[in-house]
Write a protein that binds this ligand. Structure first.
Ligand SMILES: Cc1cc2nc3c(=O)[nH]c(=O)nc-3n(C[C@H](O)[C@H](O)[C@H](O)COP(=O)(O)O)c2cc1C
Length: 367
């Protein structure tokens, strides 16, 4: 049904326009009391066996919405209604910014992929903080806040920009993510080098602790799949050293390897997401788990299309799993299908709980 609709309507529209249209419908449905209760009852995860504890938080299930879909925190209830069990808003930057000129989002339908160079278009930390402060949630969910650098802020002053966002947003974050891995802000990914990352993460940690005294806001870093293996190890070691709570692997890739889609669209500048990212994201996750084990929480994202993909991420070491691109192709039943399939897989597995399954594949190899 959705596939037909996608082919007849969305596929013929500019991808960014289709995004905002779908977004409007989701928000509208979430504001309509009977409808939202009905949709949430049908789609929200309700499998006891999937209850997840991660980052000191209790969740109904491990699968959530990756950053970038709800940049300004306007659709938290809507996406929760559709069955995503945690919603990562952002990337939010210190200052508001328009992002890159349009067209900046492209579909590679044959590859079930997207290329985007949105460039952190968002309303900025002040506006998003105000929205979160006045939010009256309909559904209880976990809200992650993903922060990044304002484009006009020079790399040398990046820390100040992240600190500003932290001071404004940490109070509303169930967890906070330092995004240093988008390919669409010039120089941003240089912050993944440990010399730059150490002071950045330390400053954000300090700012979060200073602003929120009633609890410790979990802090994660989101990394690129294009890091060399040694650099993945270096970030993992740094995360453990700094007492970080988690790593999100991965963001989009600048690689264009193995695409079936032909034509100019493949050469559009930006980050590639969706199915072609699957293998490398999984590989990075495995490597991270082999390095850090259960010391910190890993979040698996990149090309997760099916429950089987999500299950593979859990076996590779992810406690939480996220998706974005496949939602565009699979539609409103995407999150539900993942949670349902995960419950079935867990029940047919030798593991008593989801937590027991985390990293099981990697442990087997190293045993
Ligand atoms: C249009 C678009 C915008 C995105 N914006 C952000 C962003 O602002 N911050 C971020 O950390 N990741 C962003 N991402 C990356 C996703 O969160 C995710 O890491 C990536 O797309 C891989 O997952 P997927 O294959 O399920 O899409 C964006 C992805 C897409 C497709």
């Amino acid at each position: 049904m959705y596939k037909l609709f996608f082919n007849l309507v969305f596929k013929r529209m500019d991808p960014e326009k289709a995004h905002y249209l779908a977004f409007r419908w989701i928000r509208l449905a979430a504001r309509t009391p009977v409808l939202r209760t009905f949709v949430a009852a049908a789609l929200a995860p309700r499998y006891k066996e999937l209850r997840t504890e991660a980052l000191g938080l209790r969740m109904h299930g491990p699968f959530g919405l990756a950053a970038g879909f709800d940049k300004n925190a306007v659709a938290i209830d809507g996406m929760t209604m559709l069955g995503f069990d945690h919603i990562e808003i952002g990337t939010v930057t210190g200052e508001p910014q328009p992002g890159n000129p349009k067209k900046r989002l492209f579909r590679l339908v044959q590859d079930r992929a997207l290329i985007n160079r949105m460039g952190f278009n968002n309303e900025g930390s002040l506006a998003v903080a105000a929205r979160l402060a006045s939010r009256n949630p309909v559904f209880r969910t976990t809200v992650g806040v993903n922060i990044g650098k304002t484009k006009v802020v020079p790399e040398a002053e990046a820390v100040g920009d992240y600190v500003k966002s932290t001071e404004r947003l940490a109070a509303f974050a169930d967890y906070l993510v330092v995004n240093v891995s988008s390919p669409n802000t010039p120089g941003l990914r240089n912050l993944q080098a440990t010399e730059a990352l150490r002071p950045l993460l330390a400053a954000v940690r300090e700012a979060a602790d200073r602003t929120v005294r009633s609890r410790r806001v979990p802090l994660l870093v989101k990394i690129a799949p294009d890091l060399a293996d040694e650099d993945v190890d270096a970030v993992a070691d740094l995360a453990v050293e700094l007492g970080l709570d988690g790593i999100i692997a991965t963001n989009t890739t600048i690689s264009r390897e193995g695409l079936r889609t032909r034509g100019d669209v493949v050469n559009e500048t930006g980050g590639l997401s969706g199915a072609p990212l699957k293998e490398r994201s999984l590989e990075v996750l495995r490597r991270l788990y082999a390095r850090v084990g259960d010391k910190i929480t890993l979040v698996g994202v990149g090309g997760v299309e099916t429950a089987e993909d999500a299950w593979q991420r859990i076996l590779a070491g992810a406690t939480l799993v996220q998706g974005y691109s496949a939602f565009i192709y699979e539609g409103p039943f995407y999150a539900r299908a993942i949670h349902k399939g995960l419950a079935a897989r867990l029940n047919n597995s030798p593991y008593a709980t989801l937590a027991d399954a985390v990293g099981a594949d990697v442990k087997k190899v190293s045993a």
